[in-house]
Design a protein around this ligand. Structure first.
Ligand SMILES: Nc1nc2c(ncn2[C@@H]2O[C@H](COP(=O)(O)OP(=O)(O)OP(=O)(O)O)[C@@H](O)[C@H]2O)c(=O)[nH]1
Ligand SMILES: [Mg+2]
Length: 129
């Protein structure tokens, strides 16, 4: 049976695991520091639907640059190679930092990681029908 994915993405500490815990009722680790979820974690729901809790995309605390890059590469690889089977991708934002960080970077001509994630998802998954 081909798995179908409901994927949660976002920066480290955005609140991905907390939302999953609260809404789906899964007993998974959440934390105050970025970098709690270190592996792409799959949780079967019903039928062929599998919920995916991603590690945070971007900088995390207490990890080497090498591990950070490895995790970021794994996230991109997972999303790209499974794009056909992702039924829904939820991009979680931390409302206390999103606007400020995005505006500050935009003024300098950069895009925030949050915006980068959404653009990437739109690129690989396309727009809504
Ligand atoms: N989800 C959520 N978390 C909040 C909110 N306000 C504060 N927090 C805190 O923010 C932290 C989020 O932690 P996680 O849910 O582990 O975040 P995550 O995105 O899974 O983080 P990584 O696994 O490190 O990528 C927790 O300590 C929450 O208590 C909120 O409105 N929503
Ligand atoms: Mg997490």
């Amino acid at each position: 049976m081909q798995e179908k994915y409901l994927a949660f993405t976002g920066r480290p500490n955005a609140g991905k695991s907390s939302i999953i815990k609260e809404v789906v009722g899964l007993n998974i680790a959440t934390g105050k520091r970025p970098g709690t979820t270190r592996r792409i974690s799959k949780y079967p729901l019903s039928g062929d639907l599998v919920l995916v809790d991603m590690p945070g995309f971007g900088k995390m605390m207490g990890s080497s640059k090498r591990l950070e890059n490895k995790i970021n590469d794994q996230i991109i690889e997972f999303l790209e190679s499974n794009a056909q089977n992702i039924v829904l991708a939820v991009s979680v934002l931390d409302r206390s930092t999103f606007l400020e960080v995005t505006w500050r970077l935009e003024k300098k001509g950069f895009i925030s990681v949050d915006v980068e994630i959404v653009k990437f998802l739109a690129d690989i998954l396309g727009e809504f029908p």
